[in-house]
Ligand binder design. Structure first.
Ligand SMILES: [Zn+2]
Length: 261
């Protein structure tokens, strides 16, 4: 039995399986990464996207944000084989939750695609915890109303700066900006899920940024089998039971096949 078969075996026996995903799962969909060689922050000044600037200079913030969103999502990225494999495991009732560091909304898109193809069976829906928010939405800073970001970005691109809600409030990308706290409730829930998990999969995350970095450790401390799939080494490799230094779009579909066959 190879490592992947043994991991699949653990997943089949587990009550609670939790996945954590990072930029590496969306890179094959063409979403550029923020850090690293040729990352977004090599080309954009991250200070211009801080919460404080949105308060001080909302028009300037949104002018720059339009360019950033176009760089991130201009090619209309779609879920890839790794997103789809996790969504399929969710549909099969195998995956309790996905905690993601990504703001691209691709896990939600993958889940919707699977639902559309498989009829209504919402009991098995996987919880998707977006720890840093979702850039495909905006939120009114005054009334809290959320909307799809696409028409708002189009308005801003056409010179309607800053884009505002019907109530007059200025929209904010529904993501955690620099200078903002991460959403406490989501972080707490992610920690609980990590502790409850029997199998914890870290997929496409460098595991170098908190709070994501602490989740595999919490899972390991409470006895979970920990699997890491990432192209580069991570600080959690030494505590993991299984480490795959391979492309997520290769490993995840193979794992899903083994689990659901
Ligand atoms: Zn409003």
């Amino acid at each position: 039995m190879d490592d992947l078969e043994s991991l699949a075996d653990d997943i089949r026996r587990a009550d609670t399986v939790v996945a954590l995903t990072g930029a590496g799962i969306s890179a094959p969909s063409g979403v550029p990464t923020f850090r690293g060689d040729d990352g977004i922050w090599d080309r954009f000044d991250e200070g211009q996207f801080a919460y404080g600037r949105l308060q001080r200079d909302p028009a300037g913030f949104w002018d720059d944000r339009v360019a950033l969103q176009q760089e991130l999502f201009g090619d209309d990225p779609e879920p890839n084989a790794a997103h789809n494999a996790l969504a399929a495991m969710g549909r099969a009732g195998t995956l309790e939750a996905i905690c993601t560091q990504n703001t691209d909304g691709l896990h939600g898109a993958a889940a919707d695609t699977v639902v559309a193809g498989a009829g209504d069976d919402s009991d098995d829906d996987t919880t998707i915890l977006e720890l840093h928010g979702n850039a495909q939405r905006v939120r009114c800073q005054d009334c809290g109303h959320r909307r799809d970001s696409e028409p708002i970005i189009e308005r801003a691109a056409a010179g309607d700066l800053p884009p505002t809600c019907d109530c007059g409030g200025v929209f904010k990308p529904d993501v955690v900006l620099f200078g903002e706290q991460l959403p406490g409730a989501a972080i707490q829930r992610a920690r609980s899920l990590a502790r409850e998990s029997d199998v914890f999969l870290a997929v496409g995350s460098s595991l170098s940024v908190q709070p994501a970095a602490s989740l595999p450790r919490l899972a390991a401390e409470t006895g979970a089998t920990v699997g890491v799939v990432n192209l580069e080494s991570t600080p959690c490799d030494s505590l993991a039971d299984v480490v795959y230094r391979e492309d997520v779009t290769t490993v995840l579909p193979r794992l899903r096949e083994l689990v659901t066959e």
